[in-house]
Design a protein around this ligand. Sequence first.
Ligand SMILES: Cc1ncc(COP(=O)(O)O)c(C=O)c1O
Length: 388
Amino acid sequence: MRTIIQSLEESKIREVANAGLGREGVLPFWFGESDEVTPQFIREAAIESLRAGETFYSHNLGLPALREAVAQYASRLHQPISADRIGIAAGGVNALMLACQTLLDAGDEVVAVTPVWPNLTAQPAIMGAKVRCVSLVPDAHGAWQLDMNQLLGAVTAKTKLLILNAPNNPTGWTLTRAEQEAILAHCRNTGTWILADEVYERLYYGGDTKNGCAPSFLDIANPQDRVIAVGSMSKSFLMTGWRVGWLAMPEGMSAQVGKLIEFNTSCSPVFIQKAAALALQRTEEVTPRIVAHLHQCRDKLIKLLQETQGVKVAAAPGGMYAFFQIEGHTDALQTAKRLVLEAGIGLAPGNAFAPEGEGWLRWCFASKDLSRLDEGVQRLQAWLSQQK
Ligand SMILES: Cc1ncc(COP(=O)(O)O)c(C=O)c1O
Protein backbone atom coordinates (compact mmCIF):
# COMPACT_ATOMS: atom_id res chain seq x y z
CA MET A 1 0.00 0.00 0.00
CA ARG A 2 1.22 3.57 -0.64
CA THR A 3 2.77 5.07 2.47
CA ILE A 4 0.89 8.34 1.94
CA ILE A 5 -2.41 6.46 2.19
CA GLN A 6 -1.28 4.70 5.34
CA SER A 7 -0.23 8.01 6.85
CA LEU A 8 -3.55 9.78 6.16
CA GLU A 9 -5.05 10.73 9.49
CA GLU A 10 -8.54 9.65 10.40
CA SER A 11 -10.81 12.64 10.88
CA LYS A 12 -10.69 14.04 14.41
CA ILE A 13 -14.26 15.25 13.86
CA ARG A 14 -15.31 11.62 13.35
CA GLU A 15 -13.33 10.65 16.45
CA VAL A 16 -15.49 12.99 18.54
CA ALA A 17 -18.69 12.01 16.72
CA ASN A 18 -17.94 8.32 17.26
CA ALA A 19 -17.64 8.99 20.99
CA GLY A 20 -21.15 10.48 20.90
CA LEU A 21 -22.96 8.22 18.46
CA GLY A 22 -25.66 6.16 20.08
CA ARG A 23 -25.71 8.38 23.20
CA GLU A 24 -29.19 9.62 24.02
CA GLY A 25 -29.86 13.31 23.74
CA VAL A 26 -26.57 14.61 22.33
CA LEU A 27 -27.10 17.80 20.30
CA PRO A 28 -24.93 17.41 17.19
CA PHE A 29 -23.27 20.55 15.79
CA TRP A 30 -20.12 18.76 14.58
CA PHE A 31 -20.75 18.27 10.85
CA GLY A 32 -21.08 20.97 8.21
CA GLU A 33 -24.72 20.58 7.32
CA SER A 34 -28.12 21.88 8.25
CA ASP A 35 -30.66 19.62 9.96
CA GLU A 36 -33.28 20.87 7.47
CA VAL A 37 -34.38 18.53 4.68
CA THR A 38 -34.00 19.44 0.97
CA PRO A 39 -36.97 21.48 -0.38
CA GLN A 40 -39.87 19.37 -1.56
CA PHE A 41 -39.85 20.46 -5.22
CA ILE A 42 -36.21 19.35 -5.59
CA ARG A 43 -36.96 15.94 -4.09
CA GLU A 44 -40.01 15.62 -6.37
CA ALA A 45 -37.84 16.32 -9.43
CA ALA A 46 -35.56 13.38 -8.57
CA ILE A 47 -38.56 11.11 -7.99
CA GLU A 48 -40.10 12.24 -11.28
CA SER A 49 -36.88 11.46 -13.14
CA LEU A 50 -36.78 7.95 -11.68
CA ARG A 51 -40.48 7.45 -12.52
CA ALA A 52 -39.68 8.45 -16.09
CA GLY A 53 -37.06 5.69 -16.19
CA GLU A 54 -34.01 7.96 -16.38
CA THR A 55 -31.70 5.31 -15.01
CA PHE A 56 -28.85 5.44 -17.52
CA TYR A 57 -25.33 6.92 -17.72
CA SER A 58 -24.89 10.52 -18.79
CA HIS A 59 -22.01 12.29 -20.51
CA ASN A 60 -18.90 12.22 -18.27
CA LEU A 61 -19.04 15.99 -17.74
CA GLY A 62 -22.74 15.91 -16.90
CA LEU A 63 -26.09 16.39 -18.61
CA PRO A 64 -25.94 19.32 -21.07
CA ALA A 65 -29.01 20.78 -19.33
CA LEU A 66 -27.27 20.78 -15.93
CA ARG A 67 -24.01 22.19 -17.31
CA GLU A 68 -26.09 24.94 -18.92
CA ALA A 69 -28.02 25.55 -15.67
CA VAL A 70 -24.74 25.87 -13.71
CA ALA A 71 -23.29 28.18 -16.39
CA GLN A 72 -26.38 30.42 -16.27
CA TYR A 73 -26.37 30.42 -12.47
CA ALA A 74 -22.67 31.34 -12.32
CA SER A 75 -23.13 33.91 -15.10
CA ARG A 76 -25.94 35.58 -13.14
CA LEU A 77 -23.76 35.81 -10.05
CA HIS A 78 -20.41 36.54 -11.66
CA GLN A 79 -19.20 37.11 -15.25
CA PRO A 80 -20.64 35.27 -18.24
CA ILE A 81 -19.27 31.72 -18.41
CA SER A 82 -20.13 29.14 -21.08
CA ALA A 83 -21.40 25.64 -20.32
CA ASP A 84 -18.37 24.03 -21.98
CA ARG A 85 -16.27 25.34 -19.07
CA ILE A 86 -18.43 23.52 -16.50
CA GLY A 87 -17.94 19.92 -15.34
CA ILE A 88 -20.39 18.16 -13.03
CA ALA A 89 -18.93 16.09 -10.20
CA ALA A 90 -20.15 13.90 -7.34
CA GLY A 91 -20.12 16.77 -4.83
CA GLY A 92 -17.68 19.60 -4.26
CA VAL A 93 -15.22 17.13 -2.74
CA ASN A 94 -15.07 15.11 -5.96
CA ALA A 95 -14.69 18.30 -8.02
CA LEU A 96 -11.71 19.30 -5.84
CA MET A 97 -10.13 15.86 -6.21
CA LEU A 98 -10.59 15.99 -9.99
CA ALA A 99 -8.80 19.35 -10.03
CA CYS A 100 -5.91 17.87 -8.05
CA GLN A 101 -5.74 14.80 -10.31
CA THR A 102 -5.70 17.02 -13.38
CA LEU A 103 -2.99 19.41 -12.20
CA LEU A 104 -0.62 17.67 -9.82
CA ASP A 105 2.36 15.44 -10.42
CA ALA A 106 4.14 13.72 -7.52
CA GLY A 107 6.59 16.16 -5.93
CA ASP A 108 4.76 19.30 -7.10
CA GLU A 109 4.59 22.13 -4.62
CA VAL A 110 1.17 23.22 -3.37
CA VAL A 111 0.46 26.13 -1.03
CA ALA A 112 -2.73 26.03 1.04
CA VAL A 113 -4.17 28.60 3.43
CA THR A 114 -5.10 27.01 6.78
CA PRO A 115 -6.92 26.25 9.06
CA VAL A 116 -9.05 24.56 6.45
CA TRP A 117 -11.36 21.63 5.88
CA PRO A 118 -8.85 18.74 6.06
CA ASN A 119 -9.77 17.30 2.64
CA LEU A 120 -8.15 20.29 0.95
CA THR A 121 -4.70 19.43 2.24
CA ALA A 122 -5.20 15.65 2.07
CA GLN A 123 -6.25 15.60 -1.60
CA PRO A 124 -3.02 17.11 -3.03
CA ALA A 125 -1.01 14.95 -0.59
CA ILE A 126 -2.74 11.85 -2.01
CA MET A 127 -1.46 12.92 -5.44
CA GLY A 128 2.07 12.95 -3.99
CA ALA A 129 2.34 16.75 -3.92
CA LYS A 130 4.20 18.58 -1.16
CA VAL A 131 1.77 20.84 0.67
CA ARG A 132 3.08 23.98 2.40
CA CYS A 133 0.64 25.80 4.63
CA VAL A 134 0.26 29.52 5.16
CA SER A 135 -1.59 30.12 8.36
CA LEU A 136 -4.34 32.62 9.01
CA VAL A 137 -3.78 34.41 12.30
CA PRO A 138 -6.48 35.23 14.88
CA ASP A 139 -6.70 38.81 16.11
CA ALA A 140 -7.39 39.80 19.73
CA HIS A 141 -11.16 39.34 19.21
CA GLY A 142 -10.89 35.88 17.65
CA ALA A 143 -11.33 36.93 13.99
CA TRP A 144 -8.91 35.13 11.65
CA GLN A 145 -6.93 37.24 9.15
CA LEU A 146 -4.64 36.56 6.22
CA ASP A 147 -1.17 38.10 6.12
CA MET A 148 -0.99 38.89 2.40
CA ASN A 149 2.77 39.45 2.45
CA GLN A 150 3.27 36.02 3.93
CA LEU A 151 1.01 34.41 1.33
CA LEU A 152 2.52 36.18 -1.67
CA GLY A 153 6.00 35.43 -0.34
CA ALA A 154 5.14 31.73 -0.10
CA VAL A 155 3.81 31.46 -3.68
CA THR A 156 6.77 31.41 -6.07
CA ALA A 157 7.44 30.18 -9.60
CA LYS A 158 7.96 26.75 -8.01
CA THR A 159 4.37 26.68 -6.73
CA LYS A 160 2.15 24.66 -9.03
CA LEU A 161 -1.10 25.22 -7.19
CA LEU A 162 -2.53 27.60 -4.59
CA ILE A 163 -5.55 26.27 -2.71
CA LEU A 164 -7.88 28.79 -1.12
CA ASN A 165 -11.17 28.19 0.61
CA ALA A 166 -13.16 31.37 1.21
CA PRO A 167 -15.59 31.74 2.90
CA ASN A 168 -13.53 29.40 4.98
CA ASN A 169 -14.40 26.28 6.87
CA PRO A 170 -13.81 26.44 9.87
CA THR A 171 -13.00 30.12 10.57
CA GLY A 172 -15.51 31.95 8.32
CA TRP A 173 -12.65 34.16 7.10
CA THR A 174 -13.42 35.48 3.60
CA LEU A 175 -11.09 36.95 0.98
CA THR A 176 -11.74 40.56 0.00
CA ARG A 177 -11.94 41.62 -3.63
CA ALA A 178 -8.64 43.53 -3.27
CA GLU A 179 -6.92 40.44 -1.87
CA GLN A 180 -8.27 38.29 -4.70
CA GLU A 181 -7.02 40.77 -7.27
CA ALA A 182 -3.55 40.85 -5.72
CA ILE A 183 -3.44 37.03 -5.54
CA LEU A 184 -4.57 36.63 -9.14
CA ALA A 185 -2.00 39.16 -10.39
CA HIS A 186 0.74 37.42 -8.41
CA CYS A 187 -0.22 33.94 -9.65
CA ARG A 188 -0.30 35.20 -13.26
CA ASN A 189 3.35 36.18 -12.72
CA THR A 190 4.44 32.95 -11.07
CA GLY A 191 2.39 30.72 -13.41
CA THR A 192 0.61 29.20 -10.40
CA TRP A 193 -2.84 27.65 -10.69
CA ILE A 194 -5.52 28.79 -8.25
CA LEU A 195 -8.01 26.26 -6.90
CA ALA A 196 -10.77 28.33 -5.32
CA ASP A 197 -13.09 26.32 -3.10
CA GLU A 198 -16.18 28.54 -3.17
CA VAL A 199 -18.80 26.09 -1.92
CA TYR A 200 -19.82 28.64 0.76
CA GLU A 201 -20.00 31.63 -1.62
CA ARG A 202 -23.74 32.21 -1.06
CA LEU A 203 -23.36 31.96 2.73
CA TYR A 204 -22.03 35.49 3.04
CA TYR A 205 -23.18 38.10 5.54
CA GLY A 206 -20.83 40.95 4.61
CA GLY A 207 -23.56 42.90 2.79
CA ASP A 208 -20.97 44.75 0.71
CA THR A 209 -21.34 42.97 -2.65
CA LYS A 210 -23.95 43.62 -5.34
CA ASN A 211 -24.98 39.98 -5.76
CA GLY A 212 -24.95 39.20 -2.00
CA CYS A 213 -22.27 36.55 -2.60
CA ALA A 214 -18.78 36.49 -1.17
CA PRO A 215 -16.19 37.90 -3.59
CA SER A 216 -15.39 35.16 -6.12
CA PHE A 217 -12.45 34.51 -8.41
CA LEU A 218 -15.09 34.01 -11.11
CA ASP A 219 -15.84 37.75 -10.87
CA ILE A 220 -12.31 38.72 -11.91
CA ALA A 221 -10.59 35.86 -13.75
CA ASN A 222 -10.66 35.79 -17.52
CA PRO A 223 -11.36 32.53 -19.40
CA GLN A 224 -7.65 31.93 -20.02
CA ASP A 225 -6.55 32.34 -16.39
CA ARG A 226 -5.32 29.28 -14.54
CA VAL A 227 -8.22 29.40 -12.13
CA ILE A 228 -10.57 26.57 -11.19
CA ALA A 229 -13.52 27.49 -8.98
CA VAL A 230 -15.46 24.72 -7.27
CA GLY A 231 -19.14 25.05 -6.39
CA SER A 232 -21.66 22.72 -4.81
CA MET A 233 -25.36 22.17 -4.31
CA SER A 234 -24.70 21.00 -0.73
CA LYS A 235 -24.76 24.11 1.41
CA SER A 236 -26.95 26.66 -0.35
CA PHE A 237 -29.64 24.23 -1.54
CA LEU A 238 -29.70 21.93 1.55
CA MET A 239 -28.48 19.03 -0.59
CA THR A 240 -25.46 17.58 1.27
CA GLY A 241 -26.51 13.96 0.86
CA TRP A 242 -27.14 14.24 -2.87
CA ARG A 243 -23.47 14.53 -3.80
CA VAL A 244 -23.50 17.01 -6.63
CA GLY A 245 -21.10 19.86 -7.34
CA TRP A 246 -19.11 21.33 -10.18
CA LEU A 247 -15.86 22.75 -11.49
CA ALA A 248 -15.73 26.05 -13.41
CA MET A 249 -12.58 25.76 -15.50
CA PRO A 250 -10.50 27.78 -17.95
CA GLU A 251 -11.28 27.42 -21.63
CA GLY A 252 -10.07 24.21 -23.22
CA MET A 253 -9.70 22.20 -20.02
CA SER A 254 -12.97 20.33 -19.65
CA ALA A 255 -12.16 17.51 -22.09
CA GLN A 256 -9.19 16.52 -19.90
CA VAL A 257 -11.32 16.56 -16.75
CA GLY A 258 -14.01 14.58 -18.59
CA LYS A 259 -11.46 11.79 -19.16
CA LEU A 260 -10.73 11.68 -15.44
CA ILE A 261 -14.43 11.63 -14.51
CA GLU A 262 -14.70 8.46 -16.60
CA PHE A 263 -12.13 6.79 -14.30
CA ASN A 264 -13.60 8.15 -11.06
CA THR A 265 -17.38 7.96 -11.20
CA SER A 266 -18.10 7.91 -15.00
CA CYS A 267 -20.83 10.48 -14.31
CA SER A 268 -23.11 11.74 -11.56
CA PRO A 269 -26.48 9.94 -11.25
CA VAL A 270 -28.93 11.30 -13.80
CA PHE A 271 -31.93 11.69 -11.49
CA ILE A 272 -29.76 13.78 -9.17
CA GLN A 273 -28.50 15.91 -12.03
CA LYS A 274 -32.11 16.49 -13.12
CA ALA A 275 -33.09 17.68 -9.65
CA ALA A 276 -29.99 19.87 -9.38
CA ALA A 277 -30.77 21.58 -12.70
CA LEU A 278 -34.27 22.47 -11.53
CA ALA A 279 -32.97 23.70 -8.16
CA LEU A 280 -30.48 26.01 -9.90
CA GLN A 281 -33.18 27.42 -12.15
CA ARG A 282 -35.36 28.13 -9.12
CA THR A 283 -32.57 29.22 -6.78
CA GLU A 284 -34.41 32.42 -5.84
CA GLU A 285 -37.10 30.30 -4.16
CA VAL A 286 -34.53 28.49 -2.03
CA THR A 287 -31.19 30.15 -1.40
CA PRO A 288 -32.13 33.65 -0.18
CA ARG A 289 -34.37 32.13 2.50
CA ILE A 290 -31.64 29.69 3.59
CA VAL A 291 -29.03 32.44 3.75
CA ALA A 292 -31.33 34.81 5.67
CA HIS A 293 -32.02 32.03 8.17
CA LEU A 294 -28.32 31.18 8.52
CA HIS A 295 -27.61 34.86 9.09
CA GLN A 296 -30.06 34.77 12.01
CA CYS A 297 -28.46 31.57 13.31
CA ARG A 298 -25.01 33.14 13.15
CA ASP A 299 -26.07 36.31 14.95
CA LYS A 300 -27.87 34.38 17.65
CA LEU A 301 -25.08 31.90 18.35
CA ILE A 302 -22.32 34.50 18.31
CA LYS A 303 -24.24 36.73 20.72
CA LEU A 304 -24.92 33.84 23.11
CA LEU A 305 -21.30 32.66 22.98
CA GLN A 306 -19.98 36.19 23.49
CA GLU A 307 -22.16 36.42 26.61
CA THR A 308 -20.62 33.20 27.92
CA GLN A 309 -17.85 33.76 30.44
CA GLY A 310 -14.44 32.63 29.18
CA VAL A 311 -15.47 32.28 25.52
CA LYS A 312 -13.71 34.25 22.79
CA VAL A 313 -15.47 34.38 19.43
CA ALA A 314 -15.94 36.84 16.57
CA ALA A 315 -18.78 37.02 14.01
CA ALA A 316 -17.22 35.90 10.73
CA PRO A 317 -18.45 37.30 7.39
CA GLY A 318 -19.17 33.93 5.78
CA GLY A 319 -19.78 30.21 6.14
CA MET A 320 -21.87 28.28 8.64
CA TYR A 321 -19.57 28.01 11.65
CA ALA A 322 -18.63 29.73 14.89
CA PHE A 323 -14.94 29.08 15.61
CA PHE A 324 -14.15 29.86 19.23
CA GLN A 325 -11.87 29.38 22.20
CA ILE A 326 -12.71 28.64 25.83
CA GLU A 327 -10.29 30.04 28.36
CA GLY A 328 -8.36 27.32 30.17
CA HIS A 329 -9.36 24.59 27.69
CA THR A 330 -6.36 24.25 25.42
CA ASP A 331 -6.69 20.63 24.27
CA ALA A 332 -9.44 20.82 21.61
CA LEU A 333 -9.87 17.09 21.08
CA GLN A 334 -10.12 16.37 24.79
CA THR A 335 -12.51 19.31 25.33
CA ALA A 336 -14.74 18.23 22.42
CA LYS A 337 -14.86 14.66 23.75
CA ARG A 338 -15.67 15.84 27.26
CA LEU A 339 -18.41 18.13 25.93
CA VAL A 340 -20.06 15.19 24.19
CA LEU A 341 -19.89 12.89 27.17
CA GLU A 342 -20.45 15.36 30.02
CA ALA A 343 -22.58 18.12 28.44
CA GLY A 344 -24.29 16.38 25.50
CA ILE A 345 -23.04 18.88 22.87
CA GLY A 346 -21.28 17.69 19.70
CA LEU A 347 -18.62 20.10 18.42
CA ALA A 348 -15.63 19.68 16.11
CA PRO A 349 -12.10 20.11 17.54
CA GLY A 350 -10.18 22.97 15.86
CA ASN A 351 -6.98 20.98 15.45
CA ALA A 352 -8.85 18.78 12.93
CA PHE A 353 -8.29 21.71 10.52
CA ALA A 354 -4.59 22.50 11.17
CA PRO A 355 -2.22 22.57 14.15
CA GLU A 356 -2.95 26.28 14.65
CA GLY A 357 -6.59 25.35 15.32
CA GLU A 358 -5.49 23.62 18.54
CA GLY A 359 -7.47 25.00 21.44
CA TRP A 360 -10.34 26.11 19.19
CA LEU A 361 -13.75 24.52 18.66
CA ARG A 362 -16.06 24.65 15.64
CA TRP A 363 -19.81 24.89 16.06
CA CYS A 364 -21.99 24.51 12.94
CA PHE A 365 -24.83 26.97 13.45
CA ALA A 366 -27.03 25.69 10.58
CA SER A 367 -30.03 24.79 12.71
CA LYS A 368 -33.59 24.72 11.41
CA ASP A 369 -34.87 25.48 14.87
CA LEU A 370 -33.08 28.41 16.53
CA SER A 371 -33.95 27.10 19.99
CA ARG A 372 -31.51 24.21 19.43
CA LEU A 373 -28.74 26.83 19.58
CA ASP A 374 -30.14 28.22 22.87
CA GLU A 375 -30.25 24.72 24.31
CA GLY A 376 -26.67 24.02 23.16
CA VAL A 377 -25.29 27.20 24.74
CA GLN A 378 -27.20 26.57 27.98
CA ARG A 379 -25.58 23.15 28.17
CA LEU A 380 -22.16 24.67 27.51
CA GLN A 381 -22.68 27.31 30.19
CA ALA A 382 -23.88 24.74 32.73
CA TRP A 383 -20.85 22.57 31.99
CA LEU A 384 -18.46 25.51 32.30
CA SER A 385 -19.93 26.52 35.66
CA GLN A 386 -19.21 23.01 36.98
CA GLN A 387 -15.54 23.32 36.01
CA LYS A 388 -14.84 26.10 38.50
C1 LIG B 1 -14.60 23.89 2.50
C2 LIG B 1 -15.42 22.80 1.92
N1 LIG B 1 -15.26 22.49 0.62
C3 LIG B 1 -15.95 21.51 0.05
C4 LIG B 1 -16.87 20.79 0.76
C5 LIG B 1 -17.55 19.70 0.03
O1 LIG B 1 -18.88 19.74 0.01
P1 LIG B 1 -19.71 18.71 -0.89
O2 LIG B 1 -18.78 17.61 -1.28
O3 LIG B 1 -20.80 18.24 0.00
O4 LIG B 1 -20.16 19.49 -2.06
C6 LIG B 1 -17.07 21.05 2.11
C7 LIG B 1 -18.00 20.26 2.92
O5 LIG B 1 -18.14 20.40 4.10
C8 LIG B 1 -16.33 22.09 2.71
O6 LIG B 1 -16.47 22.42 3.99
